[in-house]
Design a protein around this ligand. Structure first.
Ligand SMILES: Nc1ncnc2c1ncn2[C@@H]1O[C@H](COP(=O)(O)OP(=O)(O)O)[C@@H](O)[C@H]1O
Ligand SMILES: [Mg+2]
Length: 383
């Protein structure tokens, strides 16, 4: 089959239209595979096809890169059904830079079909093997421009422990916590549990490198700690135990500045969850009726400004680029505790990051456009 005429030809495989070619990369090996697919569906719908030609690249749960159809419907979360990237057998070959810049795909018979060059990659991946600097490293090696944070920021912010160490280093307000590494758990479980039990309960036990609340357990009683740590360890051998913070959950979006401009911070948005103990996986993706996003959040001016200051500082100490969402707790007395920063935040139109920007006057398609523009403007190599 000729790649230029076959049914699987991605939008504008033939060069010369003057449009920027964007490879959307989604799915992936992490527990957040399905969420990434849902995000891809939204971005596929939002991309202005007058300006961008799209190459949709799915990564299966096993880690195979495949060319998929430009079909948002197939990637939506619908009626509680979680989407996934199916192995289409059309293996994507990413050029590794140097003299090779043409993308291609290989069929089941081993025949290679050209896909042309790609101007920018939009990694819509959440979690390990995507949001953690691994794909960013591949793209750096390949001399490809891409949306979002670089290797270091992605890796450091994926690890909730390293993230807190960096935040604390510039005086950002981080709550009390302890880390349980795999070695500590294997060598002296009692000592690890004792450290965690010294915190005030309830505590939150979580995998160090996950997201979407996967593996996060709220623990009310010290005797339930061990089971929770084991549960978190199913997702990551490195675990954090954090003291529970009583407060409202407020998040805001940060967008890299153009050129030498400083980062831009959106309005704050608030998440209110009912019927769930906390903002867990089900609440996030399967029970949206019980989750309310309010943007802009109803906050006193000084609290709003403090959150925005913290968000900028967190973005800067993380060495973040492109985009990030900064999540905080606002205690009843108005004090703010920084929970985390996400370098590839949930990105459907209903997600907080786009909602917070919509409340700040930037629509979803405009946001997608701005992110790609920032990536296209960014120089290759060390920045
Ligand atoms: N220290 C904490 N105090 C209170 N609630 C917490 C705490 N840590 C996590 N949570 C709750 O668990 C949710 C998920 O935890 P989070 O650290 O944000 O992990 P993820 O990266 O999976 O989103 C938070 O949105 C919040 O509802
Ligand atoms: Mg979170």
């Amino acid at each position: 089959m000729d790649a230029a005429t076959g049914p699987h030809t991605p939008d504008d495989a033939r060069a010369g239209s003057g449009r920027h070619r964007v490879a959307l990369v989604f799915g992936g090996r992490s527990d957040e595979h399905a969420i990434s697919c849902a995000t891809a569906a939204s971005v596929l719908r939002a991309l202005d096809r007058e300006r961008y030609a799209v190459v949709p690249v799915g990564i299966t749960r096993e880690g195979h890169w495949v060319l998929v159809d430009d079909d948002p419907e197939a990637l939506d979360i619908r009626d509680g059904r979680l989407p996934q990237v199916e192995d289409t057998g059309r293996q994507v070959i990413v050029p590794l830079g140097g003299v090779e810049h043409e993308w291609a795909w290989k069929d089941g018979e081993g025949q290679v079909h050209p896909l042309g060059e790609v101007d920018v990659v939009f990694p819509l991946l959440h979690g390990p093997f995507g949001e953690d600097g691994t794909i960013q490293g591949l793209l750096e090696l390949a001399d490809l421009r891409y949306v979002g944070c670089g290797v270091l920021a992605s890796a450091a912010m994926m690890d909730k422990h390293v993230m807190k160490v960096l935040f604390a280093s510039v005086g950002l307000p981080v709550g009390p916590y302890t880390v349980i590494t795999d070695l500590q758990w294997q060598r002296d479980r009692a000592a690890a549990l004792a450290r965690a039990q010294a915190l005030t309960f309830p505590v939150f036990v979580k995998p160090a490198r996950a997201g979407s609340s996967v593996g996060v357990v709220k623990v009310d009683r010290p005797e339930d700690l061990e089971v929770a740590v084991d549960k978190a360890r199913n997702h990551d051998p490195k675990v954090l135990v954090e003291q529970g913070i009583t407060g409202r959950e407020v998040e805001c979006g940060v967008l890299g500045g153009r050129g030498t401009e400083p980062p831009r911070v959106s309005e704050c948005g608030e998440i209110t969850v009912s019927g769930h103990d906390f903002y867990d996986f089900e609440a996030k993706y399967l029970d949206e009726a019980n989750v309310q996003i309010t943007a802009p959040a109803d906050l006193p001016d000084e609290v709003r400004e403090e959150i925005r200051r913290i968000a900028t500082a967190a973005f800067e100490v993380a060495d973040a680029e492109g985009l990030a969402r900064v999540d905080v707790f606002v205690a009843p007395d108005g004090s703010v505790v920084l929970n985390e920063i996400n370098t590839m935040p949930g990105f459907t139109p209903y997600s907080m990051y786009p909602q917070a920007w919509a409340a700040s006057g930037l629509s979803y398609p405009e946001l997608v456009d701005e992110l790609i523009t920032l990536a296209l403007e960014r120089p290759l190599g060390l920045r």
